[in-house]
Design a protein around this ligand. Sequence first.
Ligand code: ACO
Length: 269
Amino acid sequence: MSEETVAFDIENGIAWVRFNRPEKRNCMNPALNRRMMEVLDQLEFRDDVGVLVLSGEGNAWSAGMDLKEYFRETEAKGLGAVRKVQAEAYGWWRRLRWYRVPTIAMVNGWCFGGGYGPLFACDLAFAADEAQFALSEINWGILPGGGATKVVVDLLSMRDAMYHALTGELIDGRKAAAWKLVNESLPLEGLKARVTEVANTLLKKNPVALKATKDAIRRVAEMTYDNAEDYLVRAQEAANSFDNQARKEGIRQFIDEKSYKPGLGAYDK
Ligand code: ACO
């Protein structure tokens, strides 16, 4: 029987998704990465999900990649196997970065290395003061790959990113907030209530505007001012036309009224 590597509940519009290997400090093995993609797939377009929160069972958020199963055992199978597990891990992080609904990382405990991929993929991040973060790659002789280097360069100052990556030292939730790795840090006992409060704020907003806004924040970071200005005009216009009545009318006349065929001509305006 395979272990259930990901747990989730849906409650009042919020999907609470949890890394679920607490006995392994929620490190990400290939099975977890595959399962997480399936869960994200199942939840993304449900009408009863308006926000997704990612947290961990037990005292860890995620202890990064599974050094035994993701690295050692996979490397023993050759390069093809390595590329496959990388694609599975990076795939769900990418899926999360561009997820339909806003996402919140609720960092309840340990967060290491590969964990920075999903941490960054979440739009917002709230940590327990007690949480511990590190780019521990340097401690076992590799560089922070899988996007982790990019994450700290994007979020932290160059000096903090360099110090963090070169020393592998732990920082707690408070320092992670001071360094802007997360939005806020607060005592663990109040973490879920605060995340619920933020999620409820988001649930009151227009979902089309939320998706357009979260994508815009990520996209414009890599654009010149002029390109961003242009993109934002178009993104807003695309959002405006999301409920385009004309398009619905065209489908109605073809499917319901059978008064024209889109392959042969235009519908009646
Ligand atoms: N990969 C594989 N197994 C892990 C990992 C991991 N990343 N993290 C924890 N485990 C396993 C341990 O081997 C142990 O397994 P066992 O019970 O079969 O012996 C179990 O999880 C519990 O771990 P402990 O070390 O006993 O737990 P403890 O609470 O004492 O320590 C801590 C927690 C600090 C998180 C420690 O487990 C640790 O250092 N883990 C590795 C963190 C890390 O550096 N991750 C890699 C980052 S780099 C990258 O992701 C690319």
